[in-house]
Design a protein around this ligand. Structure first.
Ligand code: NAD
Length: 488
């Protein structure tokens, strides 16, 4: 059985820890590898390597640094199927979903190739007679990313290409549940011949996270995961003087107004709810219909029942398993809780069985109707293939529910009315808004803008925000003697 290693200072090395956990295929519990739960010494080694790699890397012109990213883009494109297969094996999502995730990662590499322009400073001539003032952006030093399980390949790329292009060195901490994908990608990145220490990877869980948050050499942390851990990372990182961006959990509501196109809405909403088995921070979870709802309800039920669940590498499968038996148990318990709160099951996906994959963590698409909007299910992130369907009378009531929620990752509306869409866009308290869109995932040029408990920090991942996050500004005020003499 393969024992995974850390990548430090340009070499694969054993962890100092002797604690290993199994990496499991969620479709059948096959053991894919053993991952070390790294410790403080692993982080110290990675931080020292990254610190020594930083000086050479930051001295290289940005136009040269992005040449590595151009090569990285080709590398990812050439190996996309192989990477996607690994994602499916360890995370359970379908091969098509896994491939799409890497396409999104590549988009971020492409966008970061524009860093020579994005990193440009500002210049004001003659702020006083003969005096000029300008602002330049310089890298922070050693930065690190802590990733969740649900996008084993993409999420690190919301940060990594920008951090490198800006001249920082980097430490990746993948989720211990899905460590194989970034291990494979870092293995491919060896072909780039980056200077030693610029790129490092440490396997592990809580001890590695806390060591990253405490290590004095590490200047910035990008975190993505559940809100409780995001809050911990934000507070502890800030207490240790670090720059932190911490993306948290979500509960994404979708309003369907009576003037929405039923067929289009139903298809898009179903994909949004059940894509990646609902394990997406931008999964639609509560669908709120306003006014007449008979047709949309029927259409959603029909589409949910038709969705085939199974092993993600089988060609006709549209939805894979959830990540672990514990996760399956948690989701099924939440469905039960929704029923106890008064919800009615229109489609019951519990206790799903897939032929040939009897040990898999499968839950079939589930729809539960009429849960109370002030109940527990309506406010809890389910992170599984469960659609809560709620019927109300006005758009104002729907917006009130959205704004009362603790999360603010995404909110969507389906309508053919421009003025209702505009009202929604203006009033809904969420950082990513969809108008006739089911998964309002910003492309690489835009910040991934969670609000409220979905994000702790200021600057988000991707785009210009990432350039700002991974640089510190330096303002220079300048006068030359000749100008001084000319003045007097
Ligand atoms: P998680 O919070 O359990 O784990 C995320 C990372 O934190 C992992 O690397 C893990 O090793 C580490 N970690 C876990 N518990 C820790 C602790 N007590 N102390 C220190 N570190 C700890 O999240 P997950 O289950 O891997 O991912 C699912 C969650 O991530 C969901 O809530 C989902 O909404 C969220 N998510 C958010 C976004 C976003 O953009 N806002 C994107 C993807 C996922």
């Amino acid at each position: 059985m393969e024992k995974l290693q850390n990548y430090i200072n340009g070499e694969w090395v054993d962890s100092h820890s002797d604690q290993f956990e199994k990496v499991l295929n969620p479709a059948n519990q096959e053991v894919l590898a053993l991952v070390p739960f790294g410790n403080r010494q692993d982080v110290a080694d990675a931080a020292a390597a990254a610190q020594s790699g930083f000086q050479e890397w930051r001295s290289m012109p940005v136009s040269k640094r992005v040449q590595y990213l151009f090569k990285l883009k080709t590398l990812l494109e050439d190996n996309i199927d192989d990477i996607a297969k690994t994602i499916t094996l360890e995370s359970g999502k379908t091969f098509i979903e896994a491939r799409a995730e890497i396409v999104r990662a590549i988009e971020n590499v492409e966008n970061a190739c524009g860093t020579p322009t994005l990193i440009q400073g500002e210049f004001s001539e003659d702020i006083a007679k003969g005096i000029d003032e300008y602002m330049i952006r310089q890298p922070l030093g050693v930065c690190a990313c802590i990733a969740p399980f649900n996008f084993p390949g993409m999420i690190t790329f919301w940060f990594l290409p920008y951090a490198l292009a800006c001249g920082n060195s980097y430490i990746i901490k993948p989720s211990e549940k899905v460590p194989l994908t970034m291990t494979k990608i870092v293995g491919l990145m060896e072909q780039l011949d980056l200077p030693k220490g610029v790129l490092n990877l440490v396997q592990g869980a809580r001890e590695v996270v806390d060591s990253l948050l405490e290590h004095p050499v590490i200047k910035a942390i990008s975190f993505v995961g559940s809100s409780n851990v995001a809050r911990h990372v934000y507070a502890k990182g800030a207490a240790n003087g670090k720059r932190v961006q911490a993306q948290g959990g979500a509960k994404n509501p979708v309003i369907v107004l009576p003037d929405a196109d039923i067929e289009m809405t139903s298809q898009i909403v179903i994909d949004s709810v059940y894509g990646c088995a609902g394990q997406r921070c931008l999964a639609a979870s509560t669908i709120i219909t306003v006014g007449d709802h008979k047709d949309i309800t029927e259409s959603l039920v029909e589409s949910a029942k038709a969705r085939k669940t199974g092993f993600g590498l089988d060609s006709d499968v549209l939805m894979g398993p959830v990540i672990s038996p514990e996760s399956k148990n948690r989701v099924q318990t939440l469905i039960e809780r929704g029923i106890n709160e008064g919800g009615r099951l229109l489609v019951d996906g519990r206790n799903a069985k897939v032929d040939g994959y009897e040990q898999g963590n499968f839950i079939n698409p589930t729809i539960i109707e009429d849960i109370p909007l002030d109940g527990e299910l309506a406010s809890t992130e389910i992170f599984g293939p469960v659609l809560s369907l709620v019927h109300i009378n006005t758009i104002d009531e729907a917006i009130r529910y959205i704004n009362a929620g603790k999360y603010g990752n995404m909110a969507c509306i389906f309508t053919s009315s421009g003025s209702n869409a505009r009202k929604f866009r203006h009033e809904a308290e969420a950082g990513n808004i969809g108008i006739n869109i089911g998964v309002a995932a910003p492309v690489a040029q835009f910040p991934f803008s969670g609000w409220k408990d979905s994000f702790y920090g200021d600057l988000h991942g991707q785009g210009k925000h990432a350039i700002e996050f991974f640089t510190q500004t330096k303002v220079v005020i300048e006068r030359w003697l000749k100008e001084w003499n000319r003045k007097f």
